[in-house]
Design a protein around this ligand. Structure first.
Ligand code: GLY
Length: 426
């Protein structure tokens, strides 16, 4: 199978690594990719316009792939999958109308309401709303205030705060960009990221994971795209995944079919598990980043066959997925000043820099034969082990040997779970 992957981050590095390990993969391409991916795939660095369907189609015509895997949400919401499918190319990733499950939080709420899926109460505050309307909405929802940009914000458009002034400031910031705001009630309880392969009404869950969205230890600091993740979740009841699939993912998949916008690709359910069970915080229309990195590192079933089954509408024929025993952890090494204004161009050294079993590249480049930082989240370090504690130790051992000036990482990825400090009430 000749496969083209669209994207350039740590998630795409993990996907490429999984695809490369599948004997069914004969030829791998990536756009725009990163120099670090060159040992796995032909890198089409000139194709940076991933949200331009015509440009991606041009590349696909050149590469002539059997399968295209679209990594990020922006091309999906922009209709890249539609353009490729119209050309008869098998694509892993939903069409634009189905990708609205992430592209518009208001749309996602509408689908959940129709499907009877538990989620936070929400109200849209349109750009141009009066100060009075904003104050009334703040009265109704907080504190805690949950303020979301109702558009694509790379996981960084959400502010959760007890501070009314901070909530108000974020509303004004989002409105200034011309986007509506979604105010939500706060969902309490530990968070779960569950990725499901979805092909119409067929839903196949991957291992559940937990992300750490705040920049600093003990969940302090600003929201980020995600600073680290671990899988599976030792505190989740044995029937937890089945319950999320039954109560959340299957009803949503059915509702999308009913609406005439069947879903094909990866449905990411971000949930909080409160006293009443799982409740949806958000949906994404693609693999999560960085949760994909540990999740795929435990997948034994060859990845190309899995993604191709979804893309060709044959997921119901796929044998059950097989997983390695044990745990996997990813810790993100972030650049100085991430997330506000990450510094780029600093040299990175590590004995493990080219070992994709230990380090996936999320934001690097090469200059004068030296690997340099080129993004906010720079490296994703992977640790695996029979226990969560072994997996954490393996990841932090690798991190200790990386040099990148003024970079930082969280020391507590998976720590609360390892110490048995996470429990659920239902
Ligand atoms: N891990 C958060 C996201 O992928 O949006």
């Amino acid at each position: 199978m000749r496969i083209l992957v669209i994207g350039s981050g740590g998630r795409e590095h993990a996907i490429l690594k999984g695809l490369a390990a599948d004997p069914a993969t004969t030829d791998l391409h990536v756009a725009p990719g990163s120099p670090a991916f060159a040992s796995l795939a032909t890198v089409h660095a000139d194709y940076k316009e991933v949200a331009d369907p015509a440009r991606m189609l041009e590349l696909a015509r050149d590469v002539n792939p059997d399968l295209v895997v679209v990594g990020p949400e922006v091309p999906l919401v922009a209709g890249v999958a539609d353009a490729l499918r119209a050309e008869g190319i098998a694509v892993f990733g939903p069409n634009a109308d189905a990708a609205q499950i992430e592209g518009s939080k208001a749309f996602a709420k509408e689908v959940m309401e129709a499907a009877g899926v538990a989620t936070a109460r929400a109200q849209t505050v349109p750009a141009g709303a009066s100060d009075d309307d904003i104050e009334h909405a703040l009265d109704y929802f907080g504190p805690m205030y949950v303020v979301k940009d109702d558009g694509l914000a790379g996981g960084k458009g959400v502010v959760v705060t007890p501070d009314r002034a901070e909530a108000r400031q974020h509303i004004h910031l989002v409105h200034a960009a011309g986007n509506p705001v979604l105010l939500e009630s706060f969902l309490d309880g530990p968070e779960v990221s569950l990725f499901c392969l979805v092909d119409g009404e067929t839903v196949v869950p991957l291992l559940p994971a937990q992300d750490h969205k705040r920049a600093y230890d003990n969940d302090e600091g600003p929201n980020t795209g995600g600073m680290g993740a671990y899988t599976p979740l030792p505190w989740l009841p044995a029937e937890g995944v089945e319950r999320i699939v039954r109560e959340v993912c299957e009803p949503v998949a059915k509702e999308m079919v009913k609406r005439g916008t069947p879903y094909s690709g990866l449905l990411y359910a971000g949930l909080a598990w409160g006293v009443a069970g799982p409740s949806v915080v958000e949906f994404n229309c693609r693999f999560g980043d960085p949760e994909t990195q540990p999740v795929l590192s435990l997948l034994k079933t060859p990845l190309a066959g899995v993604l191709n089954a979804v893309a060709t509408g044959t997921l119901d024929e796929l044998p059950p997925l097989e997983w390695e025993d044990g745990y996997a952890v990813t810790v993100v090494l972030a650049a100085a000043n991430y997330p506000a204004d990450p510094r780029k161009g600093d040299a990175i050294t590590s004995p493990d820099l080219a070992d994709a079993d230990k380090i996936l590249h999320a934001g690097t480049s090469v200059k004068d034969a030296e690997v340099i930082s080129n993004g906010g989240r720079v490296l994703n370090v992977i640790g695996k082990g029979e226990s969560l504690s072994e997996a954490r130790a393996a990841a932090y051992d690798v991190l200790n040997n990386i040099e990148l000036a003024d970079s930082f990482y969280r020391n507590d990825i998976g720590q609360a779970a390892e110490e048995g400090r996470i429990s659920i009430d239902s």
